[in-house]
Design a protein around this ligand. Sequence first.
Ligand code: NIG
Ligand code: FE
Length: 406
Amino acid sequence: MSALVVHGIGALCTCDPSLGEAPGVVRDAALVARDGVIVYAGPESELERSDIPRGALEIHARGAAVLPGFVDAHTHIVWLGDRGDEYAQRAAGVSYEEIAASGGGIRATVRATAAGSVEELATAGRERARRMLAGGTTTVEVKSGYGLDHEAEMRQLDAADRLRRWDDLPDAVVTYLALHALPDGPRDAYVDDVCSRGVADAAKRASFVDAFCDTGAYTVAECERLFTAARGHGLRPKIHAEQRSHSGGALLAAQAGAVSADHLEHATNTDLEALSSAGVVGVILPGASLVLGGPPPPGRRLLEAGCRVAVATDCNPGTCYSESMPLMISLAVALGGLTPAQALVAGTVGGAAALGLTDRGVLRRGFRCDAVILKTPSWVDVAYHLGGDIVASVILDGRLAVPSKT
Ligand code: NIG
Ligand code: FE
């Protein structure tokens, strides 16, 4: 039995929609977990001594705000190599597409990553996942996509799965990003392979399948083929859609019943309404929008269309090298038009929805006890303090995984 109590919470941001106005704040609260599950989340004055399991670790938040652990629903953290040179080139005026067309971009990372062993890939991913946990992320989605070859993709999925074995890392959810960069050889043969042994073998390792649907990447027809093949093996679709151009990926997500459609900078309001009607979660990636330029992340437009919204890092070596969910929540406000409360919800329970997870993202009895204790009494600081050092400690699955340094 493991148990933990957090006393003295100034503002418990439950992100629980049943508590009214977001982010569902309870003042002067306490949080109690037993075996990883929340058994009490409410006013400290109503907590009975008998509600506290015997032997529980008791900690004090000293009036700080406490929120659900962040759910980062879109990352590419299993990569080797470095593309800092490209970042500098882009700053000097060369576009992402020009770099990709000359063999750089995603394919540069494929060259550095494809030959990596599961051990090497897992070690690289582990370092990034550790930084994520220190920044308050308690669940992370991890994609493959830098293999461009069956065996290399499976090694990346095995490395992503290996992250689940370490209990000092966020809980990992694995996605087979089958169609990412274009192959050197015939693309039809590559898509055939992915749609046959790719999805069959990935289904033993991953929960979702993903594709990059865009100019210079894969077409709607190719992505649709992948989704049909993947569904036969129990892999639910996700899609990188309308990121660099308007290519039809969002409507495909709606038709295919995807769990999420991600990026969406070039999506029209009609696209967003289709996602809303189909119950597809819109994932905004404001770090990538910032780095690449172009239209802003459509946070407010998604909400106006009635969509559920998630915000994620997209942590990858090309378009957004950041592990920080607090920074993305800040950018969702500054660039995406969300309020701080909406952005906090998007980074917690919204992220859980984008991964089809209903057991986390909210601080309520019966949910997984993943929580962040801030250094400050004001939860708005998550959005307001840009790049600020705001996380005091992190609770992962009911354990104090990142203790306070002060
Ligand atoms: O989500 N858009 C495609 N994939 C990534 C970028 C990957 C890379 O540049 O290495 C993204 O932005
Ligand atoms: Fe991505």
